[in-house]
Design a protein around this ligand. Structure first.
Ligand SMILES: CC(C)(COP(=O)(O)OP(=O)(O)OC[C@H]1O[C@@H](n2cnc3c(N)ncnc32)[C@H](O)[C@@H]1OP(=O)(O)O)[C@@H](O)C(=O)NCCC(=O)NCCS
Length: 227
């Protein structure tokens, strides 16, 4: 069986399912990412408007197609880029998902759920018995619903230093900061953000169908933390 480390050198297979194709980055898809709508603070780290600069686009394409531990995917629906995600195959904690991002104009149609389901199924077949892991800032509640529906569970909650958020927290107004109360703290001279660690056991059931109004079961993220 291929190990995670040797697989990391073997290229990025195209994956299909749930009405999507997950493809490696290419120049045409990067042009589409550059035109995506943006979220702004506190999700600004995901925004891709910087790819409108041709030099930044070329650099991002090179980084996202370089062989190595990460597989970077763009989810394509009828020729249109509708989401992206990355997986680190070599993280000691497990198959580590990151950069899960669906732009505002494609939100709410199950793109993230479908995209991650296709990726998880393929990686489960390739690396049987491996757990998936990811971290998510506690304010990203929409993302948490996505992960819980895919069989992830919160295993830990901790304060961490997130450079992109910390830098912006120095610059935003108090009003912009207010909705993050309980999710951020100023500690030992720098801003920290609270984050959940999510883990998914092999074979955990996935629930892809849209939730019925008023009826949902399973774990819910905890209320904002009070110290
Ligand atoms: C978080 C994020 C990835 C969610 O993307 P999404 O595509 O809207 O998420 P989902 O696939 O879970 O779909 C969302 C809704 O569509 C519904 N839906 C509609 N059609 C659906 C279908 N055919 N299949 C499944 N779900 C469907 C789901 O029920 C879900 O409803 P809910 O939010 O009330 O539970 C996106 O909002 C984003 O990129 N946010 C900013 C960056 C971010 O926070 N990233 C994650 C950081 S850890």
């Amino acid at each position: 069986m291929m190990t995670r480390r040797s697989a990391a050198r073997a290229g990025v297979p195209v994956l299909e399912g749930e009405g999507l194709a997950l493809r490696p980055w290419d120049a045409e898809l990067v042009r589409q990412l550059a035109a995506w709508g943006e979220y702004g603070f506190p999700y600004h780290a995901f925004d891709l408007g910087r790819l409108r600069d041709p030099v930044a686009a070329a650099r991002a394409l090179a980084e996202h197609t370089a062989p190595g531990r990460h597989r970077h995917y763009i989810a394509v629906e009828y020729g249109a880029a509708v989401g992206r995600c990355s997986v680190n195959l070599e993280d000691e904690a497990g198959l580590y998902l990151w950069a899960v991002h669906v732009p505002p104009e494609h939100q709410g149609r199950g793109v993230a759920r479908r995209m991650l389901a296709v990726l998880i199924r393929a990686l489960e077949a390739e690396f049987p018995g491996e757990e998936f892991v990811l971290t998510s800032n506690t304010f990203a509640e929409r993302a948490h619903r996505t992960y819980l529906s895919l069989g992830f569970r919160i295993t830990e909650t901790r304060w961490h230093f997130d450079r992109e958020i910390a830098e912006r927290l120095w610059r935003v107004s108090e009003a912009e900061r207010a909705p993050l109360a309980g999710h951020i703290r100023f500690h030992e001279g720098r801003w920290q953000v609270r984050a959940h660690v999510f883990r998914r056991k092999p074979g955990a059931p996935m629930r892809l169908a849209p939730a019925q109004p008023g009826g949902e079961s399973g774990q819910r993220p905890q209320a904002p933390f009070v110290q």
